[in-house]
Design a protein. Structure first.
Length: 243
């Protein structure tokens, strides 16, 4: 199983266990193969989203033959990042810029009403990394005095969201966030809301995997998600994502 791109994220479902309602993490991994097709590689249930649960999922994928991963896209969950570093050390990491922008809100007053966040979002819409960093410098200079806490945080964190600029330009909009997986999560949520509370873990996992299987087949039978040829051309020129 050769998948150049790997997208990972988790959501939570309520499960009844010995008469007690508990939250259980649904861990999902989506891969994009060398034909540019999306595939759901794993759906697992865990007591919580941590290093151990993500490590187990990733090791399970490797045992099934997962290889060739050069870029992993996720949010900034510390346990997931550690698991990726341990199990797939050869893969570069892209921090989802949508999650990054949500995290930025923690460093601003709720009354903020100007354009600083809009301009921050635009940094991930530039043509390449050089242009993005030039605009970042201008953004920092413009907003530093008014929002010192936010700008200090952004300066220290934003480089993790720029990894996608090493990819072919045609792939940028697809790989700078976990939006592909977020849309699948919305379908899981829509269906699980009917159940509200699962009677046990087995029933929860059974529904999640059934929905995943249906989506997986739809993706395989449908149009390709990415034109992979620009990536192949980069490899011909000895392109190294992690360089």
């Amino acid at each position: 199983m050769e998948f150049y791109y790997l997208i990972l994220d988790a959501r939570y479902e309520k499960v009844r266990e010995e008469g007690v309602i508990r939250s259980r993490a649904v861990l999902v991994a989506i891969g994009i193969d060398w034909e540019g097709r999306r595939q759901i590689l794993a759906v697992e249930l865990a007591g919580r989203e941590n290093t151990a649960s993500w490590r187990e999922l990733l090791l399970g994928l490797k045992a099934r033959g997962l290889g060739g991963v050069r870029l992993a896209i996720s949010d900034d969950h510390a346990g997931l990042k550690r698991a990726l570093a341990e199990v797939l050390p050869e893969a570069a990491w892209q921090r989802c810029y949508v999650h990054f922008l949500r995290n930025a809100l923690d460093h601003l007053s709720r009354k903020t009403g100007d354009d600083c966040l809009t301009e921050l979002r635009w940094l991930c819409d530039r043509r390449d990394g050089t242009e993005a960093r030039q605009h970042l410098a201008a953004w920092l200079e413009h907003w530093q005095a008014k929002y010192p806490r936010l700008t200090a945080w952004v300066e220290g964190q934003i480089e993790e969201t720029f990894t996608f600029y090493r990819l072919p330009h045609a792939h940028h909009k697809h790989l700078k966030s976990t939006n592909l997986l977020e849309r699948f999560h919305q379908e899981l949520k829509r269906r699980s809301q009917v159940v509200r509370i699962f009677p046990n873990e087995e029933s929860c996992l059974r529904l999640m995997r059934a929905l995943a299987a249906g989506q997986h087949e739809e993706w395989l039978d449908g149009a390709r998600y990415l034109d992979i040829s620009p990536l192949a051309n980069l490899h011909k020129n000895q392109f190294h994502l992690a360089a």
